[in-house]
Design a protein around this ligand. Sequence first.
Ligand SMILES: [Zn+2]
Length: 337
Amino acid sequence: MSSFVVALDVGGTSMKGGLVTRSGEILRTDRRATPRDRGPAAVIATIRSFIDDLAAAGGGTPEGVGLAVPGLVTAEAALYSANIGWRDIPATDLVPLDVPVMLGHDVRTGGLAESVLGAGRELSDFLFLPIGTGIAGATILHGEPYGGSEGWGGEIGHIPVFPEGEPCACGQIGCLETYASASAVARRYSTRAAASSPGAPGSPALPPSTGTSPAAVPVTAERVAALTASGDPLATEIWGDAVEALSLALATYTLLLDPSAIVLGGGLAEAGTLLSAPLAERLQQRLAFRQAPPLRHAALGVSAGMLGAALLGWRAAGFTDAGTTWSLDVLKSPRVA
Ligand SMILES: [Zn+2]
């Protein structure tokens, strides 16, 4: 068995794990639920046993361990996560083995993977923007993710784009995430569809029903995308709001940092040109005196965080050039379940 690292991408609902060799071969991938509702101690215990099980499956001691975690994080400690509820957890508490370990912020670790292995491979400076349940970005400068002075960098989802608009869960008004995250697109469509359905307040009166008021029919962002493609007026309006919000935030980012590309990832980017074509057009319209950076699709999908964690594991083991020769075809084949 060749030498390997254990890589773990710890998310709010699930953890994606893998064993990755020095040459980038993925020996194994696995997934486990994150027991967030049982508190941080349970999450830590699950991380430790997951790492133990992955290492055992590798048939030897790993050269290192890399972990991508949410919240405020340094290479040595998980400082804070509202999502998981932990504070000041040393990396060594997360790893039950006496091997080198390195932590990274979840989105920035995905951005590192896209930088070294994926869509940003030959780019020096770009924005990695996964659009999923929320929106956060990884600013890549000179090939490496930049987290700012305290680690709060990249929270582009809470840039106000429509200051007179809808409230955001963060307490502010009109944040990008409120209009353009995959969950926002789904929620805004469902709410508006329910409000305009028969029997809803403001619509033509119907006889009082037997207590079943028209509830919001839950839809996915994927469904809204399909409805937009087929010309549904409400879906087109909601989708257009998301594009408009993204174009405002990305114009600001472009003017400030002059990226060579914007790499779109996450669930909403699965819509392909339905998102990228109008977004590229609106972005260019907002940039009067310069060319807009090209929009690219992320290359590594949901595996980006785990692969970035593998790079961190190899860096912890002393191999700072890890990943530079890895083949994208090999990396894409066994997607994390
Ligand atoms: Zn916000």
